[in-house]
Design a protein around this ligand. Structure first.
Ligand code: BES
Ligand code: ZN
Length: 593
């Protein structure tokens, strides 16, 4: 008996679930999903079976002929949730769990109409990565147990149900609609996804459409017009696209990530709608996961760099194919900056273990370990291998990797074994152990360079003149701002704001980079906009640095706390937990004061 994953109760001695059928009724008033989940095995099973659950109320567990299956729902552990221990009678081909979810299920956010663009209808969505599927579905919540599935969802008739799956149709009956779905390709449970709201769609190409609330649809279709070209570029680089469709769903503003690569239906934040197509690189990233992550999946969170490092690498290859080397180099440079900042902050926090590629996460919540490191350090490591062997050989290796592990899981060890087999000598040449098991960045990890990048960096702490500024893309603005040494001179901040109205910026990447510079430099006219933003979007990539910048100043820290108290209920449960952990404990006044 051995656990398959430090973040799951799944046991390798137990039968593995092969597929499931989910029948769910959504209660928007109570914020509860009432469901029946039927779990099927390849062969009739018997004996113990441990499932992952979090905050589920179990009503009953039954065999196909309706007999009760004995179970124990153990007390919850802080990170893993509660183990549901079943004892299957001999010859059990499938079983059904009847249960309901908690109103604060960690994967789910139930939105009031005011939290949507339309303002009239409610919205529900899931975010299951890393280990939140268990708050919606009692199953073996580890990527090592891939499953195919079908679902039948009952929802209020005015709403549209979407899932990361093929749609099989919709029926309406009285006040409700019933929508059916199937996911024929086996997926790790963290790629399970559902979204329900007032949603409409527009085709982007033969295999792709964008979904959004009706008032957002035009902007979304314009912003993501290049999706079809991206899919072709991806196929040219990484092989056939195995998921039939690549649709994109623009979420309400509280979506906690930039994008989530749910198969067939990527979820993205509306902050990508910058009006300048500068954020399509996030779509390139989520599309790239169709190969790196969804087709070949990290075996558990300790090998997360194989999901995100590969995907960051693949994203840059797609950007390079569509927009050229210069643009790709600018994006890569932003990533290296972010990595340097992350490494420095982990160092001051004494958490250098999280700056290795292969991590050790027993007792650590993957949401808490999340950082730029697996993305950027992982990508730099792959680029170091590529540079050593040359692109043609690296591309051939990439194809071998895709063929060998498709629809399977990957560990760091299995990856290194394949590299030593296909690219002998490469691991030694780049000093792979230094990358994999040591903290920080190896010396000689060369950041990308390009003429446009040099021009931006040459500006230093000078105010760009009008000509230079109009020629700068939003990515270049972001690089310029992120390269400023902090605190920046107050004169510079005033000049930037007066000349370029940065506090009124519509591009969130530039805006947040600017607000962090302004807050760290005492340019206080930016404070109201920073506070406002905390209630406007739920994307953690923006909320975390803004709260950090506000909390770092004694004069703004209380306002950050107030803002959190005000907005916490509107954040997704994952963001709420992560941000709560950033809030310093309130020191209680001594009694009698
Ligand atoms: N899969 C991630 C998002 C994620 C990671 C969710 C870990 C939960 C746990 C997604 O592919 C991602 O990396 N999104 C990025 C955008 C990307 C361009 C770097 C994001 O959300 O910012
Ligand atoms: Zn990713």
């Amino acid at each position: 008996m051995a656990r398959l994953d430090p973040h799951s109760y799944a046991d390798d001695a137990h039968p593995q679930v092969r597929s499931f059928a989910w029948k769910a009724r959504l209660d928007f008033t109570a914020r509860v999903v009432h469901a029946e989940l039927t779990l099927r095995f390849e062969h009739p099973a018997e004996g113990p079976l441990d499932l992952d659950t979090r905050d589920l109320t179990i009503v009953k567990v039954t065999t196909p002929d309706g007999r009760a299956i004995p179970y124990v729902l153990h007390p919850p552990e802080p990170i893993l949730g509660a183990r549901l221990a079943l004892t299957l009678p001999p010859g059990t081909p499938f079983l059904t769990v009847t249960y309901s979810t908690a109103p604060d299920a960690s994967a789910l956010q139930w939105l009031e109409p005011v939290q949507t663009a339309g303002g009239k209808l409610p919205f529900l969505f899931s975010q299951c990565q890393a280990i939140h599927a268990r708050s919606v579905l009692p199953l073996q919540d580890t990527p090592r147990v891939r499953v195919t599935w079908e679902a039948e969802i009952t929802a209020p008739r005015e709403l549209r149900v979407l899932m990361a799956a093929a749609s099989l149709g919709r029926e309406e009956d009285g006040g409700v609609c019933v929508e059916r779905f199937a996911m024929p390709q086996p997926i790790p449970p963290y790629l399970f996804g559902i979204a329900v709201g007032d949603l409409a769609s527009r085709d982007l190409g033969p295999r792709s459409r964008v979904w959004a609330e009706p008032s957002v649809l035009d902007r979304a279709a314009w912003e993501f017009a290049s999706v079809d070209a991206m899919m072709s570029a991806g196929e040219g680089l990484f092989g056939p696209y195995d998921w039939d469709r690549f649709d994109v769903l623009v979420m309400p503003p509280s979506f906690p990530y930039g994008g989530m690569e749910n198969p067939r239906l990527t979820f993205v934040t509306p902050t990508l709608l910058a009006g300048d197509r500068s954020q399509v690189r996030v779509i390139a990233h989520e599309l790239a996961h169709s190969w790196t992550g969804n087709l070949i999946t990290n075996a558990n969170a300790e090998h997360f760099w194989l999901n995100e490092g590969w995907t960051r690498y693949a994203e840059l290859r797609i950007v390079e194919a569509l927009e050229g080397d210069e643009v790709a180099a600018l994006h890569a440079a932003l990533g290296v900056r972010a990595l340097e900042r992350t490494l420095a902050s982990f160092k001051t926090q004494g958490r250098l273990g999280l700056t290795r590629l292969r991590t050790h996460l027993a007792g650590i919540d993957p949401d808490d370990a999340f950082s730029e490191v697996p993305y950027e350090k992982g990508c730099l490591f792959l680029q170091a291998l590529e540079r050593h062997v040359g692109r043609p050989r690296f591309d051939a290796f990439l194809r071998t990797y895709m063929d060998r592990f498709r629809f399977g899981v990957i560990t760091t060890e299995a990856f290194l074994t394949l590299v030593s087999e296909v690219l002998p000598g490469a691991l030694e040449a780049v000093d792979a152990p230094r990358w994999i098991d040591h903290p920080g960045l190896p010396e000689g990890a060369t950041p990308p360079r390009s003429a446009r990048l040099e021009r931006v960096l040459a500006l230093g702490a000078r105010l760009p003149d009008a000509d230079a500024a109009t020629a700068m893309s939003s990515t270049e603005w972001q690089l310029y701002l992120e390269a400023l040494a902090l605190p920046a001179p107050l004169e510079l901040c005033r000049g930037l704001d007066a000349r370029f109205e940065l506090t009124a910026q519509g591009n969130y990447e530039v805006l947040v980079a600017w607000l962090c510079v302004a807050l760290a430099s005492g340019h206080d006219p930016a404070i109201p906009r920073a506070l406002e933003l905390l209630g406007e979007v739920g994307r953690m990539r923006y909320l975390k640095p803004l709260y950090r910048s506000l909390l770092d100043r004694p004069d703004t820290a209380p306002r950050a706390r107030e803002a959190f108290a005000l907005h916490a209920a509107g954040y997704h449960p994952i963001a709420r937990t992560v941000l709560q952990a950033m809030m310093p404990p309130v020191v209680a006044a001594p009694p009698g004061v």
